[in-house]
Design a protein around this ligand. Structure first.
Ligand SMILES: Cc1cc2nc3c(=O)[nH]c(=O)nc-3n(C[C@H](O)[C@H](O)[C@H](O)COP(=O)(O)OP(=O)(O)OC[C@H]3O[C@@H](n4cnc5c(N)ncnc54)[C@H](O)[C@@H]3O)c2cc1C
Length: 392
């Protein structure tokens, strides 16, 4: 096993890896040529922009969770957690454990919608007692600690001078448009925002794998992608939690190593995968992002924080450019060209541009997930690279 290894590219020569601490001195460059490749690059938090989300004190839900649970760090004295999905509950629970006061958990989905989607085919939930109990545990922790949990609400503005001082919480309609005049201000010094996860598919795209219309890598029952000998598992094929990722990884690894997807040794994983995928699609249905969230943006709301591109800039590029391609519009606006390479803002920029551009003007494929270099690498390291083959 090779640790501290960063795959920075996949091409016809093979899988290019830098071995050594990220951005450290003396990293070793390798190129692996393997008979099969299993991709399991995971996902990162999706955060929808809100006026003021570029203030210090705003965290992604995953970032807040990692600091609170992993490091025991209290990210603020009084924190709100907002967004959508059951992940908000463990985040709030970890914040409490780390010593934060949680001023509220605000789920954007409305209660009726959540209830309908969560209880569709209720017998399937019986196959998931552990997940249901886990959620129940978080719910009872919040209730015991008297943390307010509200549905159909979102943080629609974050206020402060040098850092977060308060938030506006608005009630939303069914499409997530804020209802005028129905809002409140809460004094807080930190905010956690989480709207699900976006898959990290740059390596899959570099390998030529086909994505579905939600940008996940398409796989068959054996976890094979559209490219022969390239397999995918975990969050890049759909967001379903750690247990589903483990099942898929076991199946992908077995088949990639020469086994068959229908081998009896995989019986348990196949069954669990089916149940867990059904649970994942229940979550997806219940916590899909509403189309009118963009109503809480202002012209000067920053969309790309790395390059400080705001809503007005995106709109003016669309209005003044003759360009017909999504990618070229992004390049002109500079959105997504900063250090995160559109990992945080890409999906949002794409969505905003697609809404602004008359659809008849768009041409070509414009995936914002295409990044020729998947992890930072120095030019000198590439120049010194030496290839060797791995048997397999
Ligand atoms: C803070 C947090 C808490 C969570 N808590 C829970 C929970 O309580 N229960 C639950 O079911 N799920 C939880 N999840 C989700 C769970 O972690 C994921 O479902 C699961 O880890 C997905 O597995 P994966 O293999 O797809 O991706 P990951 O576990 O994310 O693994 C992907 C790996 O690929 C590596 N990688 C990516 N690109 C490259 C590259 N170019 N080169 C080299 N390596 C690369 C990443 O560094 C990472 O180590 C949580 C997630 C987060 C962020």
């Amino acid at each position: 096993m090779v640790t501290s290894a960063h795959v920075w590219s996949i091409d016809s020569d093979g899988v290019h890896v830098m071995v050594g601490e990220a951005d450290g001195e003396g990293r070793e460059s390798r190129c692996y040529r393997a008979a099969a490749v299993v991709l399991a690059t995971g996902a990162h938090d999706r955060v929808l922009p809100v006026p003021g989300w570029d203030l210090p004190g705003v965290y992604s839900a995953g970032g807040g969770q990692a600091l609170a649970k992993g490091e025991g760090v209290a990210i603020g004295r009084r924190v709100v957690v907002a967004g959508t999905g059951p992940f908000l509950l463990p985040v709030a629970s970890s914040l409490l454990d780390a010593g934060c006061a949680v001023a509220g958990v605000f789920e954007a989905g409305r209660a009726g919608h959540l209830m309908r989607r969560w209880t569709v085919r209720p017998w399937e939930l019986l196959g998931q007692p552990a997940k249901v109990l886990e959620l129940g545990r978080y719910g009872s922790t919040l209730a015991r600690r008297r943390v307010r949990y509200a549905t159909g609400c979102a943080v629609t503005a974050i206020h402060g001078g040098q850092r977060v001082e308060a938030v506006t919480v608005s009630r939303l309609d069914a499409s997530w448009a804020p209802r005028p005049g129905v809002g409140e201000t809460l004094d807080v010094d930190a905010v956690c925002l989480g709207f699900g996860f976006s898959p990290r598919v740059e390596l899959a795209l570099a390998a030529g794998c086909r994505l579905d219309d939600r940008h996940f890598v398409m796989v068959d029952a054996q976890q094979r992608t559209s490219v022969p000998s390239v397999f995918a598992a975990g969050e890049i094929t759909g967001i379903g939690g750690v247990d589903l990722a483990l099942c898929e990884g076991t199946i992908a690894g077995h088949v990639a190593a020469g086994g068959r997807g229908d081998d009896s040794v995989l019986r348990v994983e196949r069954r669990r995968r089916k149940v867990l995928r059904a649970f994942a699609s229940r979550l997806q249905g219940a916590h899909a992002i509403g189309p009118k969230w963009t109503d809480w943006l202002n012209d000067d709301t920053v969309v790309c924080r790395c390059e400080e591109v705001d809503v007005a800039r995106l709109r003016s590029v669309v209005e003044t450019s003759e360009s017909l391609s999504l990618r070229s519009l992004m390049l002109q606006s500079r959105a997504g060209l900063g250090s995160c390479q559109a990992r945080i803002c890409g999906r949002t920029v794409e969505e905003l541009l697609l809404r602004t551009i008359p659809s008849h003007r768009l041409v070509g494929e414009g995936s914002i997930d295409r990044r020729p270099i998947a992890s930072p690498v120095r030019l000198g390291e590439i120049a010194q690279s030496r290839a060797f083959e791995v048997e397999g």
